[in-house]
Design a protein around this ligand. Structure first.
Ligand SMILES: C[S@@+](CC[C@H](N)C(=O)[O-])C[C@H]1O[C@@H](n2cnc3c(N)ncnc32)[C@H](O)[C@@H]1O
Length: 769
C-alpha cells in the first residue's frame, strides 16, 4: 500500500484530497488510469487475489503434518494440544469428495472426537462423530466412538444402535468381537441404571421478544434523519431488533469466535470447506456463511440401503441431524472471499465489509440494476466531504483494489470504471459513519477463569467482573437511523450478531430515540467526547450532554478547592473553554435545587464571575494548578506501579503503602468526584482482593462506585457492571448486603437487557443462585 501511495503523482494526490462527491468520477478515473499501467499495482493484485499466491488455501501435506503432531500429543496424554493440532489439521485439510470411504476430513473428525471424549466434552464428541458419518456413513470407527460417547452421556438406547451400526460396518472379525463385548457391557449398564443423564447443550437459545411500539423517521436540521416515537414508551421496552445487512468478525477474534454468529467457538469448531481462514461454531453457521455444506443423502447410500429398516431409519436420522438441517441463505457472505486468496485476510475490516455489501449487490441484483441505484437504495448517510485528505486517498486506493479482487470471484459480472469505483468510495465512507461495533459481555475473574455458561470453579466468583468483548463490525440498515447522544435514552446490544435496542428512560411521544456511539457523559469529559466524535464519526455533537451543563462534565477532571470547607470545583483552561458557554447558559436559564449535587459544586449566584482557570467555581479561591498537576503526576508513578503489580499478580506491601499515600495526595488535590480517584479506588480494590484482604477490597470497591454514581446516573448499566464486582466480594465474605446488591444489579440489567439479561450475561443466573 505504501509503495502504491508513494508513487501517486503529487498533483493527483491533491486533487483526491480536495475532492467532493461531485468530483469522484474524475478523481477515481484518474487514479484508475494511473494504476492500470503501474507494475507494482498489478503485482499487488496478484499477491492479493491470485489463487496461485493463496496463503490461506487448503494443503493436504500441512494437514497431515498437523495430524501427525496431534497423534504425538495424544499418545503423550496432552489432550489440549492434540485437540488444537487436529483442529488445525481440519482447517488445512482439503475435502476430497472423490474419496468418501477413506476421507482425511472424516478421519480427523474422529481423531478429534476421541480427544474430546478423553476431555469429557461429550456433546462436542458426539457432534464430531456425526460430522464424520455425514461424510462416510459406513465409517465403523465413527459409529463406535459415537456409541461410546452416548454411553458416557447415559443415552443407552442410542448407544446400542450406534454399536450395532459399528458392528455391521466393521470388516474385521476381531473388531466385531470387540464391539460385541462392548455391547454386552452397555446392556448390563442399561439394566443397572434407571436414570438417563441429560447432557447440556452449549447453544444460546434466543428469547422471542417482539419490539414494542411504532417508531418513525423524521428529519431535523441539526442531525439529519432521526428516530422518534409515536407514543409514550416506558423504560426497559424493546423498541427495535434487526439482523445485520453485512457483518465482519474483528481480526483479533478470528481464532476465538464463530465467523458467522460471532459467539465463542466451542471445542468442536468447524472450519470453512474451501479455505483455512474462517472457523464456525456449527455446520449451520458454516453453511450460512460459506454456502452449501456437504449433503449426503443416506437414504440412497448403499451401506445404509442394506440395513434392517429400523437401524436404517436410525442411521438416516443421525446423519441428517439438526446440525445440517436448515435453509441455506441465498447470500453467503464469505463465499466470494474463499478459495484461500489473501485479500480478505489482509485488507482492513471496513474494506472487506464493503466487499460483503457489494457481494450482496452482485448476487441479488436483477440483470439491469445499476450500482448507483443500489447505493442509493442503501439509504445510508456518508461523510466523504468531512474526511481528511489522507483518508480520501486511502479510500480511493482500497476501492480500486477491492473491485479487482471481487472481479476474480464474480468474473465478467461487472465492469471496473469511474462509476463503480466512485460508488465503492461512497460505500466505504458510509461504513465509516454507520458501522456498529458488535460487543458481547463476558464475566471474567481476576485469575483468568471464566465460563460463558455460568459454570465457575468454586471460589472463582471472588473477583468476578464484566468484560466487554468487541467481536465484530456490522451495518444495520434501520439501526443506522438512530442518532447519537452522550446522554442516551436507548441502549443497543447484540444477541449473537443481531441488534437489539431497548429504552432506558421514559420516552414521551415524539421524543427522539438516541443511543451512544461510544462516548457518554461520565465516561469522558465534554472536550474528549467532542474530539472523539469529530475524529471517528466526523460530526460536531449537538446532544444535550454537550450543550447543557451537567455535574459530571464539571467534576470529572476538576481539582478541588483549596478551602477545605468548600466543595466547589476548580477547572483548568482546557475544560473551562469547553464548559464556559454551557455554564453561562446554565446560570441564565436553569433553576437548581439547593440540595442538588451540582449546587454544591457551582454556586448559583456567584459562579458566573469565577469561570476562570484555577478559581473555585463556588467561592472563587485560587489554586495553583501547575503545582497541583505536578503532585498528581508524582502520585501517578506509584499508581502505575500498582497497576503493573495487579497485572503480574505480584503485589507487595510497599506497592500498596505507596498507592495508599498516592491516593491521599490525589484526594488533597483533585475534586472528590474526579474520575481518577474512582479508578485508583478500583485498582486498590483489585489489589486487596488478590491479596485476600476482602474487607479492605470491599471498602475501596464501594468508594469507587460512590464516585461513579455521581459521574453516571446511579441506575446506569456501568454502575451495574461495577456492582457485579462488589457483589462477588460480598458473597465471598457472606456480607448480608449482597442480596440488595444482586437485586440492584438485576433491576438495572432488566432495564438495559429486558428478558435477554440472562442470555447476554449468564453470570447473573449464577449470582442469583
Ligand atoms: C448513523 S447516522 C445517523 C442517522 C443520520 N442522522 C442520517 O440522517 O442518516 C450518523 C450521522 O448522524 C448525524 N448525527 C448523529 N448524532 C448526532 C449528534 N448528536 N449531533 C450531530 N449530528 C449527529 C451525523 O451527521 C452522523 O454522521
Amino acid at each position: 500500500m505504501e509503495t502504491l501511495k508513494g508513487a501517486i503523482p503529487e498533483g493527483l494526490k491533491h486533487m483526491i484530497g480536495d475532492s467532493t462527491v461531485d468530483d469522484l468520477r474524475a478523481t477515481t478515473s484518474s487514479l484508475h488510469s494511473f494504476f492500470h499501467h503501474f507494475e507494482p499495482f498489478l503485482q499487488l493484485l496478484t499477491e492479493l487475489a491470485d489463487p496461485k499466491h493463496a496463503l490461506c488455501g487448503k494443503s493436504k501435506d500441512a494437514a497431515l503434518e498437523s495430524k501427525q503432531l496431534g497423534n504425538q500429543f495424544f499418545s503423550k496424554g496432552d489432550y489440549a494440544n492434540a485437540l488444537d493440532c487436529y483442529t488445525q489439521a481440519l482447517r488445512k485439510a482439503p475435502f476430497e469428495a472423490s474419496d468418501m470411504e477413506n476421507n482425511l476430513v472424516a478421519t480427523l473428525y474422529i481423531n478429534r472426537a476421541t480427544v474430546l471424549h478423553k476431555m469429557s466434552l461429550l456433546t462436542e464428541c458426539l457432534r464430531d462423530c456425526t460430522r464424520a458419518l455425514q461424510i462416510c456413513p459406513s465409517y465403523a470407527k465413527a459409529w463406535y466412538r459415537r456409541g461410546k460417547a452416548n454411553v458416557s452421556l447415559g443415552n443407552h438406547k442410542d448407544a446400542v444402535c450406534d454399536l450395532n451400526m459399528a458392528k455391521i460396518m466393521e470388516s474385521s472379525s476381531s473388531g466385531k468381537r470387540q464391539i460385541e463385548s462392548e455391547q454386552k457391557n452397555i446392556l448390563d449398564q442399561c439394566n443397572s441404571t434407571s436414570t438417563v443423564l441429560q447432557h447440556k447443550e452449549n447453544t444460546l437459545t434466543t428469547v422471542g421478544e417482539v419490539p414494542q411500539g411504532k417508531l418513525q423517521c423524521v428529519t431535523i436540521p441539526e442531525k439529519g434523519r432521526a428516530m422518534v416515537s409515536s407514543h409514550d414508551i416506558s423504560p426497559g421496552s424493546l423498541v427495535h431488533s434487526e439482523e445485520p445487512y453485512a457483518v465482519i468478525i474483528l481480526k483479533q477474534c478470528r481464532d476465538s469466535h464463530c465467523h458467522y454468529c460471532l459467539n465463542d467457538l466451542p471445542a468442536d469448531q468447524v472450519p470453512c470447506r474451501s479455505c483455512s481462514v474462517p472457523l464456525y461454531c456449527s455446520q449451520q453457521c458454516q453453511s450460512k456463511a460459506g454456502g452449501q455444506v456437504l449433503r449426503i443423502f443416506p437414504e440412497v447410500h448403499s451401506a445404509i440401503e442394506k440395513l434392517p429398516s429400523d437401524l436404517g431409519e436410525y442411521a438416516v436420522k443421525v446423519i441428517q441431524g439438526h446440525d445440517s438441517k436448515h435453509e441455506t441463505e441465498n447470500i453467503t457472505e464469505h463465499k466470494h472471499e474463499c478459495q484461500g486468496v489473501n485479500w480478505s485476510a489482509v485488507l482492513p475490516s471496513e474494506v472487506v465489509l464493503a466487499g460483503r455489501i457489494l457481494a450482496r449487490f452482485l448476487s441479488e441484483r436483477r440483470t439491469s440494476e445499476h450500482i448507483t441505484y443500489f447505493v442509493e437504495k442503501l439509504e445510508l448517510s456518508h461523510c466523504y466531504e468531512h474526511m481528511l485528505p489522507e483518508s480520501k486517498l486511502d479510500t480511493h486506493i482500497y476501492s480500486i483494489v477491492l473491485l479487482y479482487c471481487l472481479k476474480r470471484s464474480f468474473g465478467a459480472a461487472f465492469s471496473i470504471d469511474e462509476v463503480s469505483i466512485s460508488q465503492v468510495v461512497i460505500i466505504i465512507s458510509q461504513i465509516k459513519v454507520n458501522c456498529m461495533t458488535i460487543v458481547h459481555l463476558k464475566s471474567k475473574d481476576a485469575h483468568g477463569l471464566s465460563d460463558q455458561f455460568g459454570e465457575f470453579p468454586s471460589g472463582a466468583y471472588l473477583t468476578s467482573n464484566v468484560e466487554q468483548v468487541r467481536v465484530g463490525k456490522a451495518i444495520y440498515k434501520a439501526g443506522s437511523l438512530f442518532n447519537h447522544s452522550c446522554q442516551p435514552n436507548i441502549h443497543a446490544y447484540f444477541l449473537s450478531r443481531n441488534l437489539c435496542i431497548r429504552t432506558t428512560k421514559v420516552i414521551p411521544a415524539e421524543g427522539h430515540l438516541e443511543l451512544s456511539y461510544g462516548p457518554q457523559v461520565g465516561f469522558w469529559d465534554c472536550n474528549d467526547r467532542l474530539n472523539f466524535l469529530k475524529e471517528e464519526y466526523m460530526f460536531q455533537c449537538q446532544c444535550t450532554g454537550c450543550s447543557k451543563v451537567n455535574l459530571s462534565d464539571i467534576v470529572l477532571n476538576a481539582f478541588c478547592c483549596v478551602n477545605p470547607n468548600c466543595s466547589g470545583a476548580v477547572l483548568d483552561s482546557r475544560v473551562i473553554n469547553c464548559e464556559k458557554q454551557k455554564i453561562k447558559n446554565f446560570m441564565n436559564h436553569l433553576k437548581i435545587d439547593k440540595n442538588d449535587d451540582i449546587h454544591t459544586v457551582l454556586n448559583q449566584n456567584n459562579a458566573s464571575c469565577h469561570i476562570q482557570p484555577g478559581h473555585c467555581l463556588k467561592c472563587g479561591s485560587y489554586r495553583d494548578l501547575v503545582s497541583s498537576s505536578a503532585a498528581v503526576d508524582k502520585a501517578l508513578i506509584f499508581i502505575k506501579r500498582l497497576q503493573d503489580a495487579i497485572l503480574s499478580k505480584e503485589i507487595s506491601n510497599t506497592t500498596i503503602a505507596d498507592a495508599l499515600k498516592s491516593l491521599h495526595l490525589l484526594r488533597s488535590n483533585l475534586h472528590a468526584y474526579h474520575k481518577l480517584i474512582a479508578e485508583v479506588e478500583d485498582n486498590l480494590a483489585q489489589a486487596f482482593c488478590l491479596l485476600g484482604e476482602l474487607q479492605l477490597s470491599m471498602d475501596h470497591c464501594k468508594a469507587s462506585i460512590e464516585i461513579l454514581e455521581k459521574l453516571y446516573h446511579p441506575d446506569d448499566i456501568v454502575i451495574a457492571y461495577e456492582l457485579v464486582k462488589l457483589c462477588s466480594i460480598q458473597l465471598t465474605i457472606s456480607d448480608g448486603a449482597a442480596m440488595d446488591t444482586i437485586s440492584r444489579i438485576g433491576d438495572i440489567f432488566s432495564c438495559y437487557y429486558g428478558l435477554h439479561a440472562d442470555l447476554v450475561f449468564p453470570y447473573l443466573q449464577y449470582l442469583r443462585r
